[in-house]
Design a protein around this ligand. Structure first.
Ligand SMILES: [Zn+2]
Length: 260
C-alpha cells in the first residue's frame, strides 16, 4: 500500500515526465525548422578511377555561395581531411559546394600528383587526358555554382615566414587586388593562433593555370588557397584549415553551424 507522500511523489513524477516530453517535442520541431538544409550530391569523373563525390549543401535562407575544394594534391592530408569535415557543418544561410577529395587517386596513393598535377591544368579540357578532364569537370562545377568565393585547401613543407619560397601558413592567391579582403580574414584567424610562426601570412604568386587564378581572372570570383605546414601535428593543421574556412564563411555571408 502506498503512503500519501509516496503517491504524491509518483504523481509529480508523471507530470514531470509529461512536461519533459512536451519540451522535447518543441525542441525537436524547432530544431528541425531551424536547421533545415538540403544536400544534393553527384560525382566528378563518374565511372572512372578518378570518380569523386561533390556535395551541394543549401541552407533554407539566402546567403553567399562558396566553393571549397580539398585534395587537389593527394599528400596534403589536412586539406582533404578538413574538407571532409566540412560536410558535417550545417548550412543555414547560403550554399556550400564541396569537393573534399578532388584528386582521389592521388589521395589513395598518398602522392602529390598522379599522373599529372591537376592543379596546373585549369580551366581544363573536356576532351583532354584524365587530368585535364578532372580539372575541366572541377572548373565546370565551380563556374556553374556562380560562387562569391572559391577556397582550395593545400599544404606545404616549411613556413613562408622563414623561407619566401615556401607556402606554409599562408593564404596564397594570384592577384594583389585581393589583399585587402583576405588580409582582414587573416587577422581574424590569427587572433586565435598563438605562436607568431603559425599565423597566416598573405602570399601573392600568380599561376595562370591554377583554379584560384582562373576564378578571379575569368569569373571575377575572389579565390585563395589555404596552406598549412606539414611539420605541425595533423589535428592542429586540420583545426587551422577549419578556422580559416569558418572565418571566410563568416566574412562572405555563408552562415553555418559547426557540430559540437
Ligand atoms: Zn597543394
Amino acid at each position: 500500500m502506498l503512503t500519501p507522500a509516496f503517491r504524491m511523489m509518483r504523481n509529480t513524477g508523471k507530470i514531470e515526465v509529461k512536461k519533459w516530453a512536451f519540451a522535447l517535442g518543441v525542441l525537436l520541431v524547432s530544431g528541425v525548422s531551424a536547421h533545415a538544409e538540403t544536400m544534393q550530391s553527384g560525382f566528378l569523373m563518374k565511372g572512372t578511377r578518378y570518380q569523386t563525390p561533390y556535395y551541394i549543401k543549401k541552407g533554407d535562407k539566402p546567403g553567399a555561395t562558396i566553393v571549397v575544394v580539398g585534395g587537389c594534391h593527394g599528400d596534403e592530408v589536412a586539406g582533404y581531411q578538413a574538407a571532409r569535415l566540412l560536410k558535417s557543418w550545417k548550412v543555414e544561410e547560403g550554399t556550400l559546394v564541396l569537393v573534399p577529395d578532388a584528386h582521389i587517386e592521388a589521395i589513395r596513393r598518398n602522392v602529390r600528383a598522379y599522373p599529372r598535377n591537376m592543379n596546373r591544368l585549369f580551366p581544363g579540357k573536356a576532351n583532354g587526358d584524365a587530368m585535364e578532364k578532372l580539372a575541366f569537370e572541377t572548373w565546370t562545377l565551380i563556374k556553374n555554382s556562380k560562387p562569391q568565393l572559391l577556397l582550395t585547401l593545400h599544404e606545404s613543407r616549411g613556413f613562408y615566414a622563414r623561407e619566401k619560397a615556401r607556402y606554409g601558413q599562408t593564404f596564397t592567391f594570384d592577384f594583389d587586388e585581393l589583399k585587402p579582403q583576405f588580409g582582414k580574414i587573416a587577422d581574424t584567424v590569427n587572433a586565435s593562433i598563438e605562436p607568431p610562426l603559425h599565423k597566416f601570412l598573405l602570399k601573392v604568386e600568380a599561376f595562370d593555370t591554377c583554379p584560384t587564378y582562373c576564378a578571379w581572372k575569368w569569373l571575377h570570383v575572389p579565390a585563395t588557397s589555404i596552406e598549412t605546414t606539414r611539420t605541425l601535428p595533423l589535428p592542429v593543421r586540420i583545426d587551422m584549415q577549419l578556422k580559416a574556412c569558418g572565418a571566410f564563411f563568416d566574412s562572405y555571408g555563408l552562415r553555418v553551424t559547426r557540430p559540437k
